[in-house]
Design a protein around this ligand. Structure first.
Ligand code: TYD
Ligand code: MG
Length: 461
């Protein structure tokens, strides 16, 4: 008779303890321990005592001097340029991908449409949903105009059944709609718990690597933005995509947080409308679309999202504060960065910010992480405090240091070319980036201002 003990597992990091803990001593999460049954340890040895050449097709080592064909990654065209780019040039065969996002953001829609695109390119897709019935998923697919004999949809949450089905059907791509609904019947824990998620994902990873089936998992995101379930899930997969967007805007941002087959931090932009998700191939236009003529406190920043430049509008508002500790509120840039910039501007320029509330908003719900946004934020702040218009056809990028110096950034050419393409006439950029512009040819009506410090910037406003 096998003896089962109970063990406490942290639902955040997967740490296990014999006793309950209020705060996980590994990851610091509060109230995250859940009692689970511990499975008896397996005590058999899987390898043989005499070395053999036994290996499965996928584990057989190959030497690096073989032809490129033998080692080249096989990639599928998903039918969506934005998705292909975020994946690093298409969906790699046999890869294991996690798509995270909050409920209702459009994960199922995105993957159904992707299934449609893959089927158009002759790939076989098996879409298993543990959340919606076959008729729900099917009618949504029909509404989106997806009909193909190459796509099969099913409703199942028993992982054994899914594994058997996938092995039997041998699709090119298997979509598992929400790892949180899947369960292994021999595991005495509820679906969605750490042990179920981890074990189910482990089996699906085996399926991907042994059968060379691309497996895409949908994962729900908790309130604080983490993919529900253990961190180990993110370590297991080849690629973590996050799908988010502001509830009040209809565009959706797809980002690669981790990618073993391409650059991370690549951004894809979609718009949700009544025909499903539509690609936005020129997001800069979209983000600047509603920029009016009220240009006090509005600066355009040429950012880089992965390998693609993206122009966006940064707005600032300052008001004299009734409080001893003036407010610093920021949507879209790190508030600590704002504190730092406000201090630098206050110290080096004639703008009095220490008694003013400052509000910053990046239009369209974008989140800027690049320090290169500093110059645009500073320009917007200076403009609003002096109540002076910023020129509508000027764009900014550059990092600001504590001594008020403007520091060079990377991808200068890409940023300028994008702004140039959208009709911007004046580029305010770091002086130290001058040397990177030797072979950029601009027409006569375009002008570049190189700034060395915040004083140079101030003179332009
Ligand atoms: P869904 O893909 O079900 O989200 P998730 O799987 O991430 O939970 O998307 C549901 C939302 O998308 C729903 O609020 C309605 C909206 N939607 C549209 O606006 N247009 C459409 O064509 C479709 C299919 C969905
Ligand atoms: Mg869904």
């Amino acid at each position: 008779k096998s003896k089962t003990k109970t063990i406490y597992t942290c639902q955040n990091c997967g740490a296990q303890r014999p006793k309950w803990e209020g705060k996980c001593s590994d990851c610091g999460a509060w109230n995250s321990y859940v009692e689970e049954l511990q499975l008896p340890e397996v005590k058999t040895r899987g390898w043989s005592t005499t070395p053999t050449e036994k290996a499965t097709a996928s584990s057989k080592p190959i030497s690096l001097d073989q032809s490129i064909e033998a080692i080249k990654l096989d990639r599928f065209d998903t039918g969506y340029e934005e998705l292909n780019r975020v994946l690093g040039g298409g969906l790699a065969r046999g890869s294991f991908v996690l798509l995270g996002g909050s409920p209702g953001i459009g994960k199922s829609t995105l993957l159904l449409q992707m299934a449609g695109g893959l089927a158009n390119n002759k790939q076989k897709v098996l879409y298993i949903s543990g959340e919606e019935s076959v008729s729900q998923t099917g009618s949504r697919a029909h509404r989106l105009g997806i009909r193909s004999p190459l796509i099969e949809i099913g409703c199942e949450s028993n992982l054994h059944t899914i594994m058997d089905l996938a092995r039997h059907k041998q699709p090119d791509v298997l979509v598992v709609d929400s790892i949180q609904t899947m369960y292994l019947p021999d595991l005495p824990a509820a679906p969605g718990s750490v042990s179920q998620v981890r074990e189910s994902a482990g089996h699906l990873m085996g399926l991907a690597k042994q059968e060379n089936i691309t497996v895409i998992l949908i994962g729900h995101v908790t309130k604080d933005g983490n993919i529900a379930g253990p961190k180990v899930l993110e370590h297991m997969v080849d690629c973590v995509l996050s799908f988010d967007g502001d509830a009040s805007y209809n565009f959706r941002l797809l980002r690669a947080l981790k990618n073993r087959f391409g650059a991370a931090h690549e951004l894809g932009v979609f718009q949700m409308n009544n025909k499903g998700l539509e690609e936005v191939s020129n997001p800069s236009e979209l983000f600047l679309e509603e920029r009016g003529n009220q240009l006090v406190g509005s600066a355009v920043f040429a950012s880089m999202e992965g390998t693609r430049p993206l122009l966006c509008e940064v707005q600032a508002l300052t008001l004299s504060s009734p409080m001893a500790m003036p407010r610093r509120t920021s949507l879209g840039i790190d508030v600590n960065r704002l504190h730092l910039l406000a201090a630098v501007l206050d110290r080096h320029l004639d703008v009095r910010l220490s008694t003013n509330d400052i509000f910053i908003n990046v239009v369209g719900g974008l989140k800027l992480v690049e320090p290169a946004a500093d110059l645009a934020v500073a320009a917007a702040i200076i403009s609003t405090t002096r109540n002076r218009d910023l020129d509508a056809k000027t764009c900014f990028f550059g990092e600001i240091g504590l001594t008020g110096e403007v520091r060079g950034v990377s991808f200068v050419e890409n940023r300028i070319r994008e702004a140039d393409k959208l009709g911007f006439l004046h580029f305010v950029i770091p002086y130290s980036n001058k040397k990177h512009l030797e072979d950029v040819k601009l027409s006569k009506d375009k002008q570049i201002s190189f700034v060395k410090n915040v004083n140079d910037l101030s003179k332009l406003i």
